[in-house]
Design a protein around this ligand. Structure first.
Ligand code: SF4
Length: 346
C-alpha cells in the first residue's frame, strides 16, 4: 500500500550510517541494517533479528521497505518461469527466468510499460507509467535467483535487461541497480554476465562509454535500412541509423567491446537479400555478433516469423562476411514469456 514514509532502500550506506548517528546510535548500526536490506533481502524490519526491538520500531516509524511481491508465477513446460511482479503502488511488471543446460538467465524489466512504440512488441501497447527504482530492479533479480536455486538447483548466472521498458530511458536507476547486483554487498555478480539491451538511444550509448561501464551492450536492430526500421521502430525517425552507428563507433573506440545485435527476421518485412546485405554493411565498423531471435507473434497481425530459408540466407551472408551469428530459439512461448510478449496478460 502507498505510504508517505520514505523507502529506506533509497538511502546510500553512508546516509544510513549518518541517520543512526543523528539518532544517537552508532554508525555501525547503519552497516548492519544495510546488510539486511541488500545482502539478505529483508522484506520487513521484523526480519532483522540482530537489531534490537526498539531500533526496529524506530525504523518502522520512519521508513518503509517497498519490496516487490511476486503476485503470480507461471512455469513453462520448457522450464522457463514468468513472474508477475507487484510494485508498492500496485503496478505490475514482468520478469522471466530462462534456463538452458549451461546457464540460468534473468530477463528483467526497467520500466512499467514503455514510451517507445515498437510495432512488434506487446509491451508497447502498455502506456509508460513510470521508471522502476533501483531496488525494484534488484528485487526482480533476487526473486529469480531464489527460483533458480529452488527449481533448477543452481544460482542465477546471467542477467539481460530485455524485459519491459527501454533501460537507457531509465539510465540512472539501471546503473544503480547494476551497482548493487555486482557489489559484494549485494549479489556479487560479475558485470560481464550482464547485458543491457537497448533499442538504440545514441546519446545514452555515448554516456555509457564515457562512464566506462563494465557490462555488455546489445542493440535491438531488426533492420539496417532506415525506411524499414522506422516503419517497425518509429523512434528511428528521430534517431536514424547514422546517429546510432556513430554512437556505437564511439562506444567501440572507448570500450573495445564487441557489439551484439538482436535481430528478428519477419516475413515480408526484412527477409530479403538486400536486408541481410545492409546488416553486413552496418556491422562492418567493429567486431560484431548477430543474434537472430525467433519471433513469437503477439496476434495475427502483420508480424509473422520468416521462413527458415530466409534465416538460412541471413546466416550464410553473415558468416561469409566473418560476422558471428547465432540463431536463438525462443523460450516460454506457452506462458507468453518470450521476447516481445511481456504485456501483463497473466
Ligand atoms: S521492444 Fe523494447 S523499446 Fe521497443 S516498445 Fe518494446 S519494450 Fe519498448
Amino acid at each position: 500500500m502507498a505510504t508517505s514514509k520514505k523507502d529506506i532502500r533509497a538511502l546510500t550506506k553512508e546516509q544510513l550510517r549518518n541517520f543512526f548517528v543523528e539518532q544517537g546510535d552508532k554508525a555501525f548500526r547503519g552497516n548492519q541494517v544495510y546488510e539486511w536490506l541488500w545482502q539478505k533481502s529483508a522484506h520487513s524490519f521484523e526480519d532483522m533479528t540482530n537489531i534490537s526491538k526498539e531500533t526496529r520500531e524506530m525504523l518502522e516509524n520512519n521508513f518503509v521497505i517497498n519490496h516487490i511481491q511476486v503476485d503470480q508465477m507461471q512455469r513453462s513446460s520448457d522450464g522457463t518461469i514468468k513472474n508477475a511482479v507487484r510494485l508498492h503502488d500496485d503496478l505490475i511488471v514482468e520478469s522471466v527466468l530462462i534456463p538452458t543446460p549451461t546457464r540460468t538467465t534473468a530477463c528483467v524489466s526497467s520500466q512499467v510499460g514503455c514510451s517507445l512504440d515498437c510495432k512488434f512488441c506487446a509491451t508497447a501497447r502498455l502506456k509508460r507509467m513510470r521508471n522502476l527504482n533501483p531496488d525494484e530492479i534488484y528485487d526482480q533479480v533476487v526473486a529469480i535467483d531464489n527460483e533458480s536455486r529452488l527449481y533448477h538447483n543452481r544460482p542465477l548466472s546471467n542477467i539481460v535487461f530485455m524485459g519491459m521498458g527501454e533501460p537507457l530511458m531509465n539510465y540512472n536507476n539501471v546503473i544503480k541497480a547494476i551497482d548493487k547486483i555486482t557489489s559484494p554487498e549485494g549479489l556479487g555478480m560479475s558485470p560481464k554476465r550482464i547485458v543491457v539491451s537497448t533499442s538504440g538511444v545514441p546519446k545514452m550509448i555515448k554516456k555509457m562509454a564515457d562512464d566506462e561501464v563494465k557490462f555488455k551492450l546489445a542493440v535491438s536492430l531488426h533492420s539496417a535500412i532506415d525506411e524499414v526500421r522506422t516503419s517497425i521502430m518509429p523512434f528511428n525517425a528521430t534517431f536514424p541509423l547514422a546517429s546510432l552507428r556513430e554512437a556505437l563507433q564511439y562506444w567501440y573506440a572507448k570500450t573495445k567491446n564487441r557489439i551484439t545485435y538482436e535481430y528478428v527476421v519477419w516475413k515480408g518485412i526484412n527477409d530479403k537479400r538486400k536486408d541481410a546485405d545492409a546488416l553486413v554493411e552496418f556491422c562492418k565498423f567493429a567486431p560484431s555478433k548477430v543474434n537472430i531471435i525467433e519471433y513469437n507473434p503477439i496476434d495475427d497481425g502483420e508480424f509473422q516469423q520468416a521462413q527458415s530459408s530466409a534465416i538460412d540466407m541471413y546466416v550464410n551472408v553473415l558468416e561469409k562476411n566473418h560476422i558471428t551469428v547465432t540463431v536463438r530459439r525462443s523460450r516460454g512461448k506457452d506462458i507468453d514469456a518470450a521476447c516481445g510478449q511481456l504485456a501483463n496478460k497473466s
